[in-house]
Design a protein around this ligand. Structure first.
Ligand code: ZN
Length: 254
């Protein structure tokens, strides 16, 4: 890829991601509220669909059952469906990322990994999966759609952690709870001095993501420049998603 193309992609990504972050932040808050209320209500068995894939499926007695598994069309490995991107075709045969995993009709699943995206395109895996000639968006647009899907999952995780009260914000509180923290997310508009201060005092991974207004909104608060996560599972899940995100953005070798 030429340098100009890469710069254009990065610029377009910044604009689209910014719009996406503000528009989906509210949706993620609503979704986390729904999921939190689901957790509290133990009397109603809940039948989660593919779209609502953050929790285990529950049977009639509310017992956890195995999550549905799907194969990646590129590497053919099986994963829980929520660990894969779902793609669908519109009536014109154009390929789209199904961010919410609930569009009707046939779907094709793919890893978030950049190498699987490239492999799927190289071996025409989408056309094989849909048993028809698939019109691909440009690879740049495909990457943007994938990053948006990843961002949405990250928003969901942050909003849900907020409802569980396992997210720490505020520099003083972060410092005082430093030994408990498993991951820090620092917004791209955080002052360098604040970032350096936290880095010196907290021995914990720090990843840059989103902006302070969006992250504050996800937690029902004012702007938040650095978030700390206490739960190991949440931190690991976020770390994985953020790694896929940076991989897609940093090395679009096409
Ligand atoms: Zn794969």
């Amino acid at each position: 890829m030429t340098q100009t193309k890469k710069e254009n992609l990065e610029q377009e990504q910044i604009q689209i991601t910014s719009q996406f972050h503000s528009s989906y932040a509210q949706e993620a808050v609503n979704r986390s509220n729904l999921e939190a209320s689901t957790e509290i209500d133990n009397h109603q068995p809940v039948h989660l669909t593919e779209a609502n894939d953050q929790e285990d499926l529950l049977d009639e007695q509310g017992q956890s059952v195995k999550k549905p598994q799907r194969s990646c069309i590129a590497c053919r490995q099986k994963f829980d469906s929520h660990q894969l991107l779902r793609f669908v075709l519109d009536p014109m045969g154009q390929l789209w990322v199904d961010i919410f995993r609930k569009a009707p009709g046939r779907g094709a699943n793919l890893c978030f990994k950049q190498k699987c995206v490239q492999l799927a395109i190289k071996k025409k895996a989408f056309s094989h999966a849909f048993k028809q000639n698939v019109l691909h968006p440009s690879i740049e647009d495909l990457y943007i759609q994938i990053v948006q899907a990843i961002d949405r999952k990250i928003f969901d995780q942050i909003a849900l952690a907020g409802r569980k009260r396992t997210v720490i914000s505020g520099l003083n509180l972060l410092e005082s709870l430093a030994p408990k923290l498993k991951l820090l997310i620092c917004t791209t508009d955080c002052a360098l001095s604040s970032k350096e201060q936290i880095k010196k005092k907290i021995n914990c991974d720090m990843v840059d993501f989103s902006d302070s207004q969006t992250l504050g909104h996800l937690l029902g608060k004012d702007k938040r420049v650095i978030l700390g996560f206490e739960e190991l599972d949440t931190a690991n899940h976020l770390r994985t998603l953020l790694t896929y995100r940076s991989e897609i953005l940093a090395k679009p070798s096409f």
